[in-house]
Ligand binder design. Structure first.
Ligand SMILES: [Zn+2]
Length: 165
């Protein structure tokens, strides 16, 4: 599994097995360039405030700056298995982590992934501030690639309402 040659490792929820091929078909390669890897797990969870379906970890994040000994990434799967990647190197960033078991819909998940790709495409100086400007930028970035004809949508609420900021 890959998107534009970027390796995608882990396990995708059965509901979303085509999401990366759809994303590759419907987004330009430039926006993904520089992302080193995508990790995916499929443990089901309800979306709650403060827990997002996707994350972007990059070399300027406060958390990663403190992780001089390497990151530990934990993936949780629907069959109860877990996979822990220890000593994931700072130099292997940036990465995207996708919790594909989130009880949403394909459109919502595509929005979440593209939002994180939006952070990857922000002007570097803006990263890390997490002001609402950044989040609005990323929502707008994601929206330009989203179509209900491509990504199936079952939920009526806005895919952007879940963000805690
Ligand atoms: Zn964001």
């Amino acid at each position: 599994m890959n998107i534009y040659g970027i390796p995608v490792s882990g396990r995708l929820s059965e509901k979303y097995t085509n999401i990366f091929s759809k994303l590759e078909t419907n987004t330009p390669p430039e926006i993904w360039r520089g992302i080193r890897k995508v990790f995916v797990d499929d443990k089901e969870f309800e979306l709650i405030t403060g827990f997002k379906p996707a994350y972007y970890l990059h070399t300027e994040s406060p958390f990663e700056k403190g992780a001089s000994m390497g990151l530990s990434i934990k993936l949780e799967f629907s069959d109860g298995k877990t996979e822990v990647i220890d000593n994931f190197g700072y130099f292997q960033l940036p990465i995207i982590i996708v919790h594909s078991g989130t009880k949403l819909d394909e459109y919502f998940l595509a929005a979440a992934i593209l939002h994180e790709v939006g952070h990857h495409n922000q002007i570097k100086a803006k990263l890390n501030q997490y002001f609402s400007y950044d989040e609005v930028f990323c929502h707008t970035f994601a929206k330009q690639f989203l179509s209900e004809e491509i990504f199936s949508r079952t939920l009526e609420r806005s895919p952007f309402l879940f963000w805690p900021e």
